[in-house]
Design a protein around this ligand. Structure first.
Ligand SMILES: [Zn+2]
Length: 145
């Protein structure tokens, strides 16, 4: 188990969490969907933290980006903070807030079929297509929360 802390570009927002507890090693995930690319200019890279350990303090603003998700950013400097799903309240924290991305390896890409033609992430990690990602994230039939 490791306690980590991070901050936005200006330092107004600070973040703490726990990673690497038990058999849940911390990983980095990259999302290439249109919305993440527009928000970040590249891809949204999040760090998997231990459930229930994430704490965010400071002036965060929330943007409702779709029917099922919202995104947090620093009100002062605009740094991307997190992507969150509404139905379960889970927030995927931006890996870039932590020094060295908390040392976690890239293990997963979402919307791998939407990566622009001009670049690609190297490495032998798991890649989920748009269809795979929607099946994983979209609210289930009958889930009206
Ligand atoms: Zn800031």
């Amino acid at each position: 188990m490791t306690d980590i802390s991070g901050q936005c570009l200006c330092g107004a927002v600070t973040v703490t969490a726990t990673i690497n507890t038990g058999e849940r090693p911390a990983i980095v995930r990259a999302c290439h969907c249109d919305m993440c690319r527009r928000q970040t200019s590249s891809m949204f890279m999040s760090l998997a933290t231990d459930p229930g350990t994430l704490k965010i303090e400071g002036p965060e603003k929330i943007y409702r980006s779709s029917e099922w998700a919202q995104r947090g950013f620093c009100e002062v400097c605009g740094s991307t903070l997190w992507y969150g799903t509404l139905h379960d309240g889970v927030k995927n924290i931006a890996a870039g807030l932590f020094d060295n991305a908390a040392g976690a390896p890239l293990k997963l890409e979402f919307y791998s079929d939407m990566v622009p033609e001009g670049y690609a992430l190297a490495g032998d990690h798991r890649r989920l297509t748009t269809q795979d990602a929607i099946a994983l994230f979209a609210p289930q039939e009958g889930d009206n929360s």
